[in-house]
Design a protein around this ligand. Structure first.
Ligand code: FES
Length: 321
């Protein structure tokens, strides 16, 4: 698993509940470049690896910025970051990976809910740099709880950013932004935020006539798990191409669980099917995809599987490991 060593160079308050962390290479100098929409995995401990979107401009080569909202109900990653990170702390991270890229379009509409603003800020920076036409809508509960509000207001694209606060009666359930009320074939839409927010935006844009391929999403939590259909094998065998050994995967365990229990080294991060860190090439067999990391087209191709959560529709899967 390729990793980088970085130092926490600065920490600042991004809202009442969010911190921005500036990370620089431990050895100084440039960091690997990234595209807008990319994320890094932060290794907080042997079993605590979490993905966070980069929110700075991809044109910056000397630092990565992440913004983390403290989530009391979460799985502990954000609490650990807020509690343990201090200026000067050395961290291990993955190189940036991007499952949420900008696409070619004449216009772009960016729609963020809460902390979902982070990858969209990086996109807004990139679109501004290329002189592209876009608008950014940021939906938050209140001004005090709006992450990165000050940065948005002082950015080069401030006049193209529209902030909505639900404590002022302005929320996504009151209606879609004007740019989304009617479909436009030349526009790409990007949505990032909590699950309920995204589900609502997806349903409303579909009802307004937008095509699914025009709506690009990134979730910070997995959607509801796919119901197991009759055709889904409860237990199947996962076989490793390099050794030829097959391992049974019971209904109550993941492929990643089974492989790590047998000493097979695999790469994991979110373990929820949202970051793509565990995507593994499939050489034979049909995956039963349960992830949000791949696009519908990638899932249909069936040549990679998220081994942290996805299963098999055939009795056996042969993985390129
Ligand atoms: S570890 Fe994140 S998708 Fe599997």
């Amino acid at each position: 698993m390729e990793t980088l060593d970085v130092i926490v160079h600065a920490i600042s308050l991004a809202s009442a509940t969010s911190h921005t962390y500036e990370l620089r290479a431990a050895t100084g100098g440039a960091l690997p470049s990234f595209e807008a929409g990319a994320h890094i995995d932060i290794h907080l401990g042997p079993s605590l690896i979490r993905p966070y979107s980069l929110c700075n401009s991809p044109q910056e080569t000397g630092r990565y910025l992440i913004c983390v909202r403290r989530d009391e109900a979460g799985r502990g990653g954000s609490r650990a970051l807020h509690r343990d990170l201090a200026v000067g702390r050395r961290l291990r991270i993955s190189p940036p990976r991007n499952h949420f890229p900008l696409v070619a379009a004449r216009r772009h509409v960016l729609v963020a809910g809460g902390i979902g603003i982070t990858p969209l800020l990086s996109m807004a920076e990139a679109l501004t740099a290329r002189g592209a036409a876009f608008v950014l809508h940021h939906y938050t509960s209140s001004a005090a709880d709006a992450p990165l509000l000050e940065r948005l207001g002082t950015s080069a694209f401030a006049e193209r950013a529209v902030v909505h606060h639900s404590d002022r009666g302005d929320n996504i359930r009151a209606g879609l932004p004007a740019e989304l009320l009617a479909p436009d074939p030349d526009t790409a839409v990007y949505v990032c935020g909590p699950d309920g927010f995204m589900t609502h935006v997806m349903a409303e844009t579909a009802a307004a006539g937008w095509q699914p391929g025009q709506i690009h999403t990134e979730r910070f939590a997995p959607a509801a798990p796919a119901p197991a259909g009759d055709e889904v094998a409860a237990e199947f065998t996962v076989r490793i191409a390099s050794t030829g050994i097959g391992y049974p995967v019971p209904a109550d365990r993941t492929i990643a669980d089974v492989l790590t229990a047998h000493g097979v080294e695999v790469e994991l991060s979110c373990e929820q099917g949202i970051c793509g860190a565990c995507l593994t090439p499939v050489l034979a067999g049909e995956p039963d995809h349960r992830d949000e990391a791949q696009t519908p087209d990638e899932r249909a191709a069936g040549d990679r599987i998220t081994i942290c959560c996805s299963r098999a529709r055939t009795p056996e899967l042969l993985l390129d490991l």
